[in-house]
Design a protein around this ligand. Structure first.
Ligand SMILES: [Zn+2]
Length: 288
């Protein structure tokens, strides 16, 4: 027997599953989440307010979802959000009630700021809580979302075999000082924690958005490597990130840019990223 549900899950399929179960059983859903330096809190399906599906009728494309193992999270942030979540559960349980029913609390840990935004109301067209629901029992949520109900790192496989090198192969390239560019595509906050000494940091998002300042630096560095090369061949660019997913996306972006936006390059992904480097090459390299 239960009356209130707290969603502390870390993936999209579970969020839809818990939401639908709460709507179908008429229970309020106290939902909290955290990623990097940000947290969010709201109560769904509460006193006529919207449910999760009212706000997100369609699951996001799986490749656009950043989970905590890819994106990172500062452990204190989920701790703070968890406390607020517990507070709302206790307020509802004790009859005082929550004011988060149509409101989203957002916490920015970087600037230590809270903001509250009003959510859009319950939607008459909602598939589960609307006027003509099409979801009347729990369905296959992994199928619905196209992703697994886990936060564990999805291993993307976007590239062909010849577009990837292992950390061992990269180690030997590095040791034999062949002219190349090592591009680290993690966010700066992670690069500050640890990085390989020769790497150039341009976050994946800057590549994707063609951030002009970053692209300028990239062009310059590619030009420098080209000068060191004796032959006229393409500049080898090795791309690394934490786990080897973002680096694959970056290789694809670089290939589109090669020969037009930047000099011709041959971009390759370093499989498994810096965590594979820490495990297989340099045990003293920080794992985070
Ligand atoms: Zn709804």
């Amino acid at each position: 027997m239960y009356n209130i549900v707290a969603d502390c899950s870390d993936n999209v399929p579970t969020r839809y599953l818990v939401n639908d179960a709460c709507v179908l059983s008429g229970k309020p859903l106290v939902s909290a989440s955290a990623l990097r330096m940000e947290g969010q809190l709201t109560v769904y399906n509460y006193r006529g307010g919207p449910c999760y599906r009212c706000l997100y009728p369609k699951p996001p494309p799986p490749e656009t979802v950043t989970n905590c193992s890819d994106g990172g999270v500062l452990g204190v942030v989920p701790g703070i959000m968890g406390c607020f979540q517990a507070l709302e559960v206790l307020k509802i349980a004790s009859g005082q009630g929550s004011s988060c029913g149509q409101q989203l609390l957002m916490f920015d840990a970087q600037d230590v700021k809270f903001r509250s935004i009003r959510l859009r109301p319950k939607q008459a067209s909602c598939a589960v809580c609307g006027e003509n629901p099409t979801v009347t029992h729990l369905v296959d949520y992994e199928k619905f979302c196209g992703s697994a109900a886990t936060d564990k790192c999805r291993r993307l496989n976007l590239l062909s075999k010849d577009q990837r090198v292992s950390v061992q192969e990269y180690k030997s390239i590095m040791d034999h000082t062949a002219a190349h560019l090592l591009l680290d595509v993690r966010p700066l906050v992670e690069v500050d924690i640890c990085h390989l000494p020769t790497s150039l940091n341009i976050p994946l998002s800057s590549l994707e958005n063609r951030n002009s300042e970053h692209i300028h630096v990239l062009k310059e560095r590619i030009g420098q490597v080209k000068e060191q090369m004796s032959s006229e061949s393409q500049v080898p660019v090795y791309v690394i990130c934490k786990l080897g997913n973002d680096s694959q996306k970056a290789v694809q972006v670089l290939e589109r840019m090669s020969g037009s936006e930047v000099d011709c390059v041959t971009a390759k992904d370093i499989c498994g990223g810096l965590m594979a480097w820490a495990q297989k090459i340099d045990p003293s390299f920080p794992q985070y």
